[in-house]
Design a protein around this ligand. Structure first.
Ligand SMILES: Nc1ncnc2c1ncn2[C@@H]1O[C@H](COP(=O)(O)OP(=O)(O)OP(=O)(O)O)[C@@H](O)[C@H]1O
Length: 164
């Protein structure tokens, strides 16, 4: 079933360090997605564990530790995006986990280039610029983890909410 959905995006420390915040947000806006929530936050170890609660189980302790440490080294920008099938569409715009496998035209494919092999040789950190919720269940969990409902903008009219 297709629907208007909300999804969480994190602009990771490499996106901020490289000055790509505006260009990445522009990609989502150009695709018709609306920003309905935004904040900057320095994650602590507890919050990183809550955000990446299944990463250690999926990829092991070294990937978890490297990712959690990387995400805590500088603030990230969290966005809630709203649009038609926003979860899958944001993943499509983001590209694959490893930027070298991401098609040109995607955010990771256009603005990054490193590979799994490079990541393995460099402390298991993949500089892939953004996080995007993986599915609708994860999106619900992550939006509620990062934002209070009072921090999200509710579009009041169909014209405001319309997604192209
Ligand atoms: N093999 C790996 N080596 C290094 N880091 C990894 C590896 N696998 C996953 N990660 C890190 O964990 C994050 C989450 O992994 P996941 O498989 O959910 O990736 P994704 O769905 O492409 O990205 P994200 O969930 O961050 O949007 C990745 O974005 C990356 O930062």
């Amino acid at each position: 079933m297709s629907a208007v959905e909300r999804t969480l995006v994190l602009l990771k420390p490499d996106a901020l360090a490289r000055g790509l915040v505006g260009r990445i947000v522009q990609r989502f806006e150009e695709a018709g997605l609306k920003v309905i929530g935004v904040k900057m936050k320095l994650m602590d170890a507890d919050f990183a564990r809550r955000h990446y609660f299944d990463l250690e189980e999926r990829f092991g302790a070294s990937v978890y530790n490297a990712t959690a440490t990387f995400m805590q080294q500088a603030p990230v920008i969290a966005l809630v995006l709203e649009g038609a099938e926003a979860v899958a569409n944001v993943r499509r715009l983001a590209g694959k986990t490893f930027p070298n496998e991401s098609a040109p035209g995607t955010i990771r494919g256009d603005f990054a280039h490193t590979s799994k092999a490079y990541s393995e040789a460099n402390h298991q950190v993949v500089a892939n610029l953004i996080h995007a919720s993986g599915n609708t269940e994860e999106a619900k969990y992550e939006v509620e983890l990062w934002f209070d409902s009072s921090e999200l903008f509710e579009y009041k009219t169909l014209a405001e909410r319309f997604v192209f």
